[in-house]
Write a new protein. Structure first.
Length: 191
């Protein structure tokens, strides 16, 4: 998956796009054990808070293209009209794409990438997830892709959390720990 986000869109697919994460997980399985440490470093960008994850089938490139087309049709694609529109929306403009997904647009400070794009909250084709749950799910699936095993086994999850993420072990079932079982299942799904 080549991810080409057209300007002026600023979008982090490794943080907000389930398909991009599935691709990255599969790539680790192909590359082998050396890819796991690099993936763990890349996942630091996810941070530690709640976030929204797009679970639909549009690629990151297509999402950005549709947002650009929508803004162009509204005559809000140029920096100043865009910033004025976002400001008039209390800092968060919303657009709906062809698949029914809804996206939150904010004004970014970067001159070339000023359309900061996030999946909407509590809207179709988006799920809310804690950062450490998402990082754990991605690393566990990558680890299992490289080494084999069952990603839904707590011992595997805890070994990955300790080795790659410097996180405390889970003491409960995966499904009850803020949705880890659900996020693992979501990222294992073929969409």
């Amino acid at each position: 998956m080549t991810i080409d986000i057209p300007a002026p869109v600023l979008f982090n697919p490794w943080k907000h796009h389930a398909g991009a994460l599935r691709y990255r997980i599969a790539r680790c399985a192909t590359i082998g054990p050396d890819s796991l440490a690099e993936l763990a470093q890349t996942l630091l960008v996810i941070g530690t808070k709640l976030m929204d994850l797009y679970i639909g089938t549009l690629s990151p490139t297509e999402i950005a293209r549709q947002v650009v087309a929508h803004l162009s049709q509204m005559q809000r694609l140029e920096p100043e009209p865009y910033r004025q529109w976002v400001a008039a929306q209390t800092g968060y403009g919303m657009v709906t794409l062809d698949d029914g997904s809804q996206w939150c647009l904010r004004a970014a400070e970067e001159p070339e990438r000023y359309v900061h794009l996030h999946p909407g909250r509590h809207v179709p084709l988006t799920c809310r997830v804690r950062a450490n749950v998402l990082k754990t799910a991605v690393m566990v699936l990558a680890h299992v892709g490289v080494h084999g095993g069952d990603p839904l086994v707590r011992e595997t999850v805890n070994a990955v959390r300790r080795t790659h993420l410097d996180l405390e072990p889970l003491g409960r079932d995966l499904d009850t720990d803020r949705g880890l079982g659900e996020v693992l299942t979501l990222l294992m799904a073929d969409c």
